[in-house]
Design a protein around this ligand. Structure first.
Ligand code: FMN
Ligand code: PXP
Length: 194
């Protein structure tokens, strides 16, 4: 269910203002996923697309987050824009992006990052840094003089929101909060106490 116009506008405006204010990584978001044991796991990722459908990021599908999302889909995101004292919080369900979208984004990455996606068994044990350096050299040799294809284990997820909260910080601590919640197929909007 697409986000309501107001939520889309608030997100776009918040991101634009964070960029204008010089935020170092304005698209950085904390992603939380659910382990099979019911435990939670969080890490930062970079948002690469935002549409009324949701928030897209890319990763190794065999990583910890990748396997957790394949198992449950439950995902929560937090953006914190320090320069503008804002926070956006998202709760929803992650689904794979299309191969066409993943191919297009992968093709736009610097060659070094593309080679890294082949070389790194993200989240699995690595004996030493030398292992990684050797693997990068091997994939570099393999794709010498030709484009690096997207690895089958590297793609993206679209987090479709069921809740989006916009938090506007105030020095008084009497912050403003607007929460959009999907309720029986309809978006509900409410203010909440800070
Ligand atoms: C600011 C920032 C952005 C990051 N962006 C990504 C990203 O977009 N995709 C990714 O796979 N890892 C990204 N990482 C690395 C992840 O935080 C994490 O270490 C890695 O993906 C392994 O996570 P996992 O073992 O939980 O799967 C980023 C780290 C930081 C600090
Ligand atoms: C392993 C990894 N994948 C992806 C990203 C983010 O995407 P990109 O490298 O395409 O900007 C990062 C950012 O640090 C990263 O560390």
């Amino acid at each position: 269910m697409a986000l309501p116009d107001e939520a889309v506008e608030r997100f776009r405006e918040g991101l634009d203002e964070a960029i204008a204010a010089g935020e170092v990584e304005p698209t950085a978001m904390c992603l939380s996923t659910l382990g099979v044991d019911g435990g939670l796991s969080s890490r930062m990722v970079l948002m690469k697309a935002f549409t009324p459908e949701g928030f897209v990021f890319y990763t190794n599908l065999e990583s910890r987050k990748g396997t957790q999302l394949a198992a449950s889909g439950a995902a929560a995101l937090v953006f914190h824009w320090k320069a503008t004292e804002r926070q956006v919080r998202v709760e929803g369900v992650a689904e794979p992006v299309s191969d066409a979208d993943a191919d297009a984004y992968f093709a736009s990455r610097p060659r070094g990052s593309q080679l890294g996606a082949w070389a790194s068994d993200q989240s699995r044990p690595m004996a030493s840094r030398v292992t990684l350096v050797k693997r990068v050299a091997a994939v570099e040799a393999r794709y010498l003089g030709r484009p690096v294809p997207r690895p089958p284990h590297w793609s993206g997820f679209l987090v479709r929101p069921r809740l989006v909260e916009f938090w506007y910080g105030r020095r008084s601590r009497l912050h403003d909060r607007f929460v959009f919640t999907l309720d029986n197929g309809e978006w509900r909007r409410e203010r909440q106490f800070p």
